[in-house]
Design a protein around this ligand. Structure first.
Ligand code: CAA
Length: 261
């Protein structure tokens, strides 16, 4: 891999977009390598992923403008599909994915963060969808996910004006869950990841699925989705162990790690 670093730490892993010279801009190769990296994650062991960018300045400064500059309509559509396919893979990835946004998250960078389940950032982060200033629309899910995350009115204003969103505003409108110093960001991201990894893996996966699939359904359908995924947890070793541990009043007993994946 030229542009992706992958580090597995116990039962969580860190993916770093590593194209620092271009502020981690996403060209086709970066997208292909990201896709292949996701396919290779050992889901028997890894229970949470963190995605971040290499260097001090940028998470991802967008799709590669040089690569896009001469595309035909058909090639533009295919490039959009390439990004959308990878980002949808992240959104529907069986385990939670945390975006640790360590700087510019513009265009495709903001869209990458939005495809993750949890977004936290450093205080130098800058969000935005500058595409209309380049003569295009957001193309890796921005027109869809931003409205779902911050609401239609705010999303339209951000996209139509192409103005950057400062970190305080990103936090205020719920585009990020928390803001940390640069030094703290990865420590916090890893703390969240290891905290998630301590919980029962089947239950965590089923929660992600229930929330994602429920959002695309009516409330009645969504509750049936929840009931099925709730039921699916029963008879697993983790459900038996988790409940037996609670019901056992022996205060000296130490909780064992959950095992099922
Ligand atoms: N594509 C290609 N190269 C990029 C890039 C991008 N999106 N963003 C930055 N780079 C490159 C620059 O061309 C520059 O390369 P050289 O050193 O070879 O000249 C290098 O990264 C460093 O960038 P700057 O010198 O511009 O750094 P800066 O600190 O002065 O500015 C910035 C930082 C404000 C992020 C600025 O680089 C910038 O505005 N980048 C473009 C942001 C953008 O418009 N993103 C949206 C792209 S469109 C998109 O993403 C469509 C979609 O939805 C799929």
């Amino acid at each position: 891999m030229d542009y992706i670093l992958y580090e597995q730490k116990n039962n969580y892993a860190i993916i770093t977009i590593n194209r620092e010279k271009a502020l981690n801009a996403l060209n086709s190769q970066v997208l292909e390598e990201l896709d292949a990296t996701l396919d290779a994650v050992d889901l028997d062991v890894v229970r949470c992923l963190i995605i971040t960018g290499a260097g001090e300045k940028s998470f991802v400064a967008g799709a590669d403008i040089g690569e896009m500059s001469n595309l035909t309509k058909a090639e533009g559509e295919a490039f959009g599909k390439k990004g959308n396919d990878v980002f949808r893979k992240i959104e529907t990835f069986p385990i939670p994915v945390i975006a640790a946004v360590n700087g510019f998250a513009l265009g495709g960078g903001c869209e990458l963060a939005m495809s993750c389940d949890i977004r936290i950032c450093s205080d130098n982060a800058v969000f935005g969808q500058p595409e209309v200033g380049l003569g295009i629309t957001p193309g890796f899910g921005g027109t869809q996910r931003l409205a779902r995350i911050v609401g239609v009115g705010r999303a339209k204003q951000i996209i139509f004006t192409a103005k950057n969103v400062k970190v305080e505003d990103a936090y205020r409108i719920g585009l990020v869950n928390a803001v940390y110093t640069k030094e703290e960001l990865m420590i916090k991201a890893e703390k969240i990841a290891s905290g998630i990894a301590k919980n029962a893996p089947i239950a965590v996966r089923n929660c992600k699925k229930a929330i994602n699939e429920g959002l695309d359904a009516s409330m009645d359908e969504a509750l049936v989705i929840e009931e099925k995924l709730f039921g699916d947890c029963f008879e697993t070793a983790d459900q038996k162990y988790g409940m037996e541990f609670f019901l056992d009043k022996n205060k000296d007993k130490v909780k064992e790690p959950f095992k099922n994946c």
